[in-house]
Ligand binder design. Structure first.
Ligand code: RBZ
Ligand code: NIO
Length: 351
C-alpha cells in the first residue's frame, strides 16, 4: 500500500496556479495587497487542481504512541500521560478538542502504539506494537513496523478524505517524542544535536544536557544511514511520527492539502518528503513552535510558517489555529467581487 501511495503522488498543477494568480488581480483590491493570503490561495488551487479550492470541513488526525526512551528520564512527564491524554482526547477535554470544535473539524484519535492496552471508546485501534524499544539499547522498531505505522497513517488520511474532509491537520501525543524527533532530525539534517534539542514538555537545563547526551549516544549506537529515511525512522523514530508521515503521504496522494503543526509534526513532514519529495507541495506550515529544532526542520524544508504564537504543545493545535487563514484564502476567491462585476475602476498596472 505504501508503494501504491507513493506512486500516486504527483506535483502541483502549475497551470491552475497561474490561472488563479491572474484571477486574483481581477478582484477588487490593489494587486498583491492580500499578501500571503494570495499566495495561499494559489498554492491551494495548485494542490487541489481546483480554481476555487475548498478546505472545509477540515479533518484532524491525532496519532498516539509511546517511546521506550522515556525510561531515560528525558521528559518532564511520565509515560502513562500518553494513555491518560488519549482518554482526555476521547472525552473532548484537550486543547486540540477545543480548537477542532472551533473550526468544525472531524477529529479522529488513533492508537498506533500506546504502551498499555486502551479501553477508551471512540479511539481507532491500530496498535503496531506497544511502544517503541528504548533506542539507546536497540532499534526503536523494525523496518517492517515502520512501514506498518506509515500505512496506519495512510489509512487514516483516506478515511478522513472519504468522510469529506478537504484539508488535514495532523497531530500527535507521545511522551518523549521530542527526543525521538530530535534524533531523527539530527540525522536527516546533519545538524549537531546540541543546536536542535529543546525542553519539550519543560525539562530544566540540567536535564536538557542529559537529553542531549541520550540522543547523541543513541545516534552513535544505532548508526542509521542518513540517506535512508525508512532506516532513520525505524532506528530512532516513533510509531506516531511514522503514522504522521503516512498521513501526509496519503493526503498528497488524494491531492488534499495538509496543515503541518509544530516540531514533531514538521520532523514527520521531513521524513515524508525524504520518502517522496513531491509530497512537499501539499504541505502548508501552520506555526513556529518554541522548540529550537523546529527552526532547523523548517529551514531544511524551506518552509515559512503562518503563525508565531510561542506555542509548544503539539496535538495539532498550532495547525488548527492557522486553519481559518486557509479558509479566508479560499473564501476570498469565491466571494470577492471583481473590478468588472462591482463597477470599480482598476488602477494602472504597477511594476
Ligand atoms: C499533559 C500533556 C499534554 C500534551 N499534549 C501534547 N503534549 C506534547 O508533549 C509531548 C512531548 O514532549 P516530551 O518529549 O518532553 O515528552 C508529546 O506528547 C507532545 O504531543 C503533551 C504533554 C503533556 C504532558
Ligand atoms: O512543537 C511541538 O510539536 C511540541 C513542542 C514541545 C512539546 N510538544 C510538542
Amino acid at each position: 500500500m505504501l508503494n501504491d501511495t507513493l506512486a500516486r503522488i504527483t506535483g502541483p498543477d502549475r497551470e491552475i496556479g497561474r490561472r488563479v494568480t491572474a484571477y486574483l488581480d481581477t478582484l477588487t483590491k490593489p494587486p498583491g495587497s492580500l499578501g500571503q493570503l494570495e499566495a495561499l490561495a494559489v498554492e491551494l488551487a495548485a494542490m487541489t487542481g481546483e480554481d476555487f479550492p475548498r478546505v472545509t470541513p477540515p479533518g484532524v488526525l491525532v496519532f498516539a504512541a509511546d517511546h521506550g526512551v522515556a525510561a531515560e528520564g528525558v521528559s518532564a512527564f511520565p509515560q502513562e500521560v500518553t494513555a491518560q491524554m488519549v482518554a482526555n482526547f476521547a472525552g473532548g477535554g484537550a486543547a486540540i478538542n477545543v480548537f477542532a470544535r472551533q473550526i468544525g473539524a472531524r477529529l479522529e484519535v488513533i492508537d498506533v502504539g500506546v504502551a498499555t492496552k486502551l479501553v477508551v471508546p471512540d479511539v481507532v485501534h491500530e496498535k503496531v506494537r506497544p511502544a517503541t524499544a528504548n533506542f539507546i539499547d536497540a532499534d526503536a522498531m523494525t523496518r517492517d513496523e515502520a512501514v506498518q505505522a506509515i500505512e496506519v497513517g495512510i489509512r487514516a488520511a483516506s478515511r478522513a478524505v472519504d468522510a469529506g474532509c478537504r484539508c488535514l491537520i495532523v497531530g500527535e501525543m507521545g511522551i518523549a517524542n521530542t527526543t525521538a524527533s530530535s534524533a531523527v532530525l539530527a540525522v536527516l539534517s546533519g545538524e549537531p544535536v546540541a543546536g536542535l534539542v529543546g525542553p519539550g514538555t519543560g525539562i530544566e537545563t540540567s536535564r536538557l544536557a542529559h537529553k542531549r547526551a541520550v540522543i547523541e549516544r543513541a545516534i552513535a549506537a544505532r548508526r542509521p544511514q542518513a540517506d535512508d529515511p525508512m532506516e532513520v525512522l525505524a532506528k530512532l523514530g516513533g510509531l506516531e511520527i511514522a503514522a504522521m508521515a503516512g498521513a501526509y503521504l496519503g493526503a498528497a496522494a488524494r491531492r488534499v492539502p495538509v496543515l503541518v503543526d509544530g516540531f514533531i509534526a514538521t520532523v514527520a513532514a521531513l521524513v515524508a518528503c525524504r520518502l517522496c519529495p513531491a509530497a512537499r507541495s501539499f504541505m502548508i506550515f501552520g506555526h513556529r513552535s518554541c522548540e529550537p529544532g523546529h527552526d532547523i526542520a523548517l529551514a531544511v524544508l524551506d518552509a515559512k510558517p503562518l503563525l508565531d504564537l510561542a506555542l509548544r504543545l503539539g496535538e495539532g493545535t498550532g495547525a488548527a489555529l492557522a486553519f481559518p487563514l486557509l479558509e479566508a484564502a479560499t473564501r476570498m476567491l469565491v466571494e470577492m467581487a471583481t473590478f468588472a462585476s462591482a463597477g470599480v475602476v482598476s488602477g494602472e498596472p504597477g511594476e
